[in-house]
Ligand binder design. Structure first.
Ligand SMILES: [Zn+2]
Length: 350
């Protein structure tokens, strides 16, 4: 157990810091704790009992993955953008592409990226920002097969499509959304336009390009509205769902109440997979949104993909950035649970 944990800390590189506390003893105990939790914590809700159409969300997830890999600047990304623009417009959202330029991490050639922003109830000047990334990692660089790390195909069902699928489903009810705040969805590009493995410290490229651009624009060219809250969804489709409170989100004093509200909503609904304990310290798009954009944004992420006590090499995360991140590892029920909690929270937050 100690060996595995130490390896993971080494492997995760600069994106995810697996530091739970300064106490080595806690660090050693953690995998055991989360595995037990996985066996313990599961709500017995069924799809029929959840007023968020998880099955249709899952169909959307598959539809997105059918496009294939969707890294920044790729043909797959363009195809995805076309599909999403059509989808959200048809359901009454207004869609804006926020375009920006970067350099290709390998060639240095100019490369066009775009965040996709979907606005609901534009008359409301106080708004909630729901964010997710919609680019996929260019390669499955944590794949167990070394050849696939360089030449494989990464379709990011959980890490890329799951948040977008929830937005696509949520869009159906957005025109009748009755909460205090207007809602914007932002699908962020360039979250991980990164080549090379994070576990082998050979990465080329910069993380969080889309959220950085969005946050800077929000500050530099302030719109007529303000974001009261931001909620980032990432990797929330895992069929073995458990969502711990992300450490930055509970450490920042302005986002702590947000986390408390969302977890209290989950508790009220009986969605026990929102676990009332601190989990990982995750570097993700919420850092730029909060630090640069000053939008109080929490991260909702299930970074154990999945907890799998039988896999001794990757007991917590052995599908992450591998070719195994496919729709088969995600579920309609997980999408339904997360979608329901967020939708319910948005309706009721004051
Ligand atoms: Zn990723």
């Amino acid at each position: 157990m100690i060996h595995i944990t130490a390896k993971q800390i080494h492997d995760i590189g600069n994106r995810f810091q697996w530091i739970y506390s300064g106490l080595a003893v806690l660090l050693c105990m953690l995998p055991a704790l989360s595995i037990q939790a996985a066996e313990r914590i599961r709500s017995d809700l069924t799809l029929d009992e959840i007023p968020f159409n998880g099955q249709r969300a899952y169909e959307y997830l598959k539809q997105i993955c059918d496009i294939g890999p969707r890294p920044s600047g790729s043909q797959g990304m363009v195809q995805q953008q076309e599909m999403l623009k059509k989808h959200f417009t048809a359901l009454g959202g207004s869609v804006v592409e926020q375009r920006f330029q970067t350099q290709h991490p390998l060639t240095g050639a100019p490369c066009g990226l775009a965040n996709l922003i979907v606005t609901w109830h534009p008359d409301k000047k106080e708004r909630i920002l729901l964010a997710t990334h919609y680019d996929t990692r260019p390669l499955p660089d944590e794949d167990p097969n070394p050849d696939r790390r360089q030449h494989g195909r990464f379709i990011g069902a959980n890490d890329g499509a799951s948040g977008v699928a929830i937005f696509m489903e949520m869009a159906h009810s957005m025109p009748k959304h009755s909460g205090r705040y207007g809602i914007d969805f932002v699908m962020l590009d360039g979250e991980e336009f990164i080549f090379g493995s994070s576990s082998r410290s050979q990465e080329r490229g910069r993380y969080f390009l889309g959220s950085e651009w969005f946050a800077k624009e929000y500050v530099k060219n302030p719109p007529s509205h303000t974001y009261r809250w931001g909620v980032l969804l990432d990797m929330i489709g895992d069929s073995d769902l458990q969502i711990y409170k992300e450490r930055n989100s509970i450490r920042w004093k302005e986002t702590r109440p947000l986390v408390e509200e969302i977890w209290a909503t989950a508790a009220k609904l009986g969605v026990k997979e929102f676990i009332h304990e601190a989990g990982y310290n995750v570097l993700d798009d919420h850092i730029r949104l909060r630090n640069v954009g000053k939008i109080p944004t929490c991260n909702i992420i299930d970074f154990d993909f999945p907890v799998s006590p039988n896999n001794r090499n990757w007991p917590n995360n052995h599908y992450w950035h591998t070719e195994a991140d496919t729709p088969a590892r995600c579920s309609a029920l997980s999408l339904a649970k997360v979608g329901w909690v967020i939708q319910e929270w948005m309706k009721n937050t004051k």
